[in-house]
Design a protein around this ligand. Structure first.
Ligand SMILES: NC(=O)c1ccc[n+]([C@@H]2O[C@H](COP(=O)([O-])OP(=O)(O)OC[C@H]3O[C@@H](n4cnc5c(N)ncnc54)[C@H](OP(=O)(O)O)[C@@H]3O)[C@@H](O)[C@H]2O)c1
Length: 480
């Protein structure tokens, strides 16, 4: 991020006392404020009445310290932070929020530039959007922006309804739908890698690539999110958003420029080209008791707030086909799971094998194809595997790798929310999900939501149910 100053803004976080605000948004704002924000004010808002401005300033300071920041030398009294409850969310309570916004803008000379960040439970989105509009907070002499956290809808119907509602009060150019994966430097680097290295881009098609695997594996279980997660599952929680974002960035055509319209246009085209998913190409799983990193953990159905006979999937693997000139016939395999063997996010590209083996000792099946693995977390970097002859009289091939790791070269990478908040304030929508994109994604997965798939059990600390291997047509997962 460069040292660009942002014009004066008032940021209202509806949900400013929640987990996301505490762990991510407030620390990110503090870092941005130091570097880019001159005149800036924050109103935290929640349903509770437990805070006033003073106690909320303490809450903000503690949230920042919890992320390892030493505030003793900062001299910051946090007088730029305020608290205003919206209680049970009536229009009158939002009117009180509107009065507070106008009062702070008047007192501090802010020109009416406002960001409303909805960091509330998804069920609260519609009421908050409607009331922001009804009390006139969507209009001012300055710039107005609305940020909506994920998930945007629970299926195609609810996503469409939410789009219709939000468009009643805000223009699409004012709306920032968050998928925080897009804020990760390494995810954006998929584009840099593809479109600034002509060597790879010329290989990036059905003539050269055998298959693509996209993996987001977590070692955590549902734990404190279990009550919510049991109604959602991995398909909605991970596949529809994060893995689909990685899919579109990996598969999209070259945009005319890295700007919001060009990039998002190409991503939507990918989603529209995906063939309807066949049930036999979808595998669901659920973790049972096991050990992760040497620690005994309980099974999903033993977690608090999970029904004992819950059929919610904590693992999904699915194979899809992008029916266009570039990708027809190349399987894209998406897999995600909780309580897996290790936490990793990666895109693994398997290239075609040589057409014949000229090494009499080896059949063509023994010559492993080249692989490119883009690791997005942890140990962000790239690995390209290739074959060399081992020294000696006997002709023996060995697989070696070219390796690049970001941290070795660039050190710390900014948190995704820092990047996303900076882009929101700058008015750059490239890393946010457009209305047609979110609908195209739900259109793809909604038919699966009403089907009853068998939910295969897998022990915690493994790579998921063995049934998923059927998606690989006799090959093996790149990462196991
Ligand atoms: N936590 C994460 O790491 C994470 C990651 C990605 C996306 N998200 C998304 O971010 C959003 C917030 O998640 P969270 O984990 O921060 O939730 P949370 O810890 O439950 O916090 C919810 C926040 O919303 C407020 N709230 C609840 N009901 C409200 C209402 N009717 N009107 C106004 N405010 C209300 C709460 O205020 P009170 O405390 O005063 O009730 C609190 O500030 C969700 O949409 C979630 O899907 C969260």
């Amino acid at each position: 991020m460069n040292g660009k100053k942002i014009p004066p803004y008032l940021l209202v976080i509806v949900g400013g006392t929640g987990d996301l605000a505490r762990r991510k948004l407030l620390p990110a704002i503090w870092k941005l404020r130091e570097r880019h924000l001159s005149e800036f004010r924050l109103i935290g808002s929640g349903s509770g009445k437990q805070h006033n401005d003073e106690t909320y300033r303490d809450f903000v300071a503690r949230s920042i310290e919890e992320q390892g920041v030493d505030l003793r030398e900062s001299g910051d009294s946090f007088d730029w932070c305020y608290y205003q409850s919206v209680g049970s969310g009536t229009t009158a309570e939002f009117k009180a929020l509107a009065d507070r916004v106008l009062q702070i803008e008047k007192e501090t000379g802010l020109p009416g530039n406002r960001v409303f960040y909805l960091a509330v439970p998804p069920a609260v989105f519609p009421n908050a959007i409607k009331n922001l509009g009804e009390v006139g907070l969507n209009k001012s002499a300055g710039e107005i922006k609305l940020v909506v956290e994920k998930p945007f809808g629970q299926d195609l119907k609810s996503a469409r309804e939410l789009n219709i509602l939000v468009h009643q009060y805000f223009e699409e150019s004012q709306i920032y739908r968050i998928d925080h994966y897009l804020g990760k430097e390494t995810v954006q680097n998929v584009l840099a890698f593809r479109f600034s290295n002509a060597m790879f881009e010329s290989q990036w098609n059905r003539d050269r690539i055998q298959r693509v695997e996209i993996t987001v594996a977590e070692t955590v279980g549902a734990e404190h999110r279990a009550g919510y997660y049991d109604h959602v599952g991995a398909l909605r929680d991970m596949i529809q958003n994060h893995l689909t974002q990685l899919l579109t960035l990996t598969a999209m055509e070259v945009p005319t420029a890295i700007d919001a319209d060009s990039v998002r246009h190409e991503k939507v085209k990918v989603l529209r080209a995906v063939s309807p998913l066949s049930p036999e190409n979808v595998v669901f799983g659920q973790y049972t008791r096991g050990a992760v990193g040497g620690r005994e953990v309980e099974g999903y159905s033993e977690e608090e707030r999970v029904a004992k006979d819950s059929q919610t999937e904590t693992y999904v693997a699915l194979k899809l086909n992008i029916s266009n000139w570039r990708w027809q016939g190349v399987p894209f395999i998406l897999r995600t799971g909780k309580r897996m063997f290790k936490a990793i996010t990666e895109v693994a590209i398997t290239f075609n094998s040589p057409p014949v083996s000229i090494f009499r000792q080896f059949s063509i099946n023994e010559i492993q194809p080249n692989k490119l693995v883009m690791t997005l977390q942890p140990n962000e970097g790239f690995d390209l595997s290739f074959k060399v002859k081992e020294p000696g009289d006997v002709y023996r091939l060995s697989s070696q790798r070219l390796h690049f790791q970001y941290s070795e070269v660039f050190g710390r990478v900014p948190d995704a929310y820092e990047t996303l908040l900076f882009d929101i304030l700058k008015g750059d929508q490239t890393l946010f999900v457009r209305s047609d994109e979110v609908e195209a994604s739900w259109e793809l997965y909604t038919p699966l939501l009403s089907r009853k798939f068998p939910v295969h059990k897998y022990a915690s600390g493994t790579w998921g149910p063995t049934e998923a291997e059927q998606l690989l047509d006799g090959s093996k997962w790149t990462t196991i």
